[in-house]
Design a protein around this ligand. Structure first.
Ligand code: SF4
Length: 112
């Protein structure tokens, strides 16, 4: 029995918002401007009616905020599939087995 070659799969594209944030950060860095970092809770305080900010803040709190390193990876790798937020949790691109964005996790905070 011959084995079928594994199909070539293209890397999963980044979510639009993340791509836009990366481009904005690169533009700020190119202009010599400092990086401003905010936590998901600070983002929620700035945008209290944003559903995305609310979801991100809830997952951030659920995973212990920044008490331990790699909070983004913990959220992306969340195994609580019964949670109502699981399908829309942030940082899914950082789930286990993916190193994408690992360097961004150093500060454990989102950029505004
Ligand atoms: S999806 Fe996971 S990390 Fe987010 S609130 Fe639910 S259990 Fe917590």
């Amino acid at each position: 029995m011959q084995q079928q070659p594994e199909p070539q799969t293209a890397p999963k594209p980044l979510p639009k918002g993340l791509q836009a944030a990366r481009e904005a950060r690169a533009a700020r860095a190119a202009a010599g401007l400092p990086t401003v970092r905010t936590t998901p809770l600070e983002k929620l305080a700035a945008h209290p009616t944003s559903l995305r900010a609310s979801i991100n803040a809830k997952c951030y709190q659920c995973e212990g905020e920044d008490a331990d390193p790699k909070v983004r990876h913990r959220i992306g790798s969340c195994l609580v599939t019964s949670c109502g937020l699981w399908a829309v949790r942030p940082y899914q691109h950082m789930s286990m087995g993916s190193d994408d964005g690992d360097q961004e996790d150093q500060g454990e905070a989102d950029e505004e």
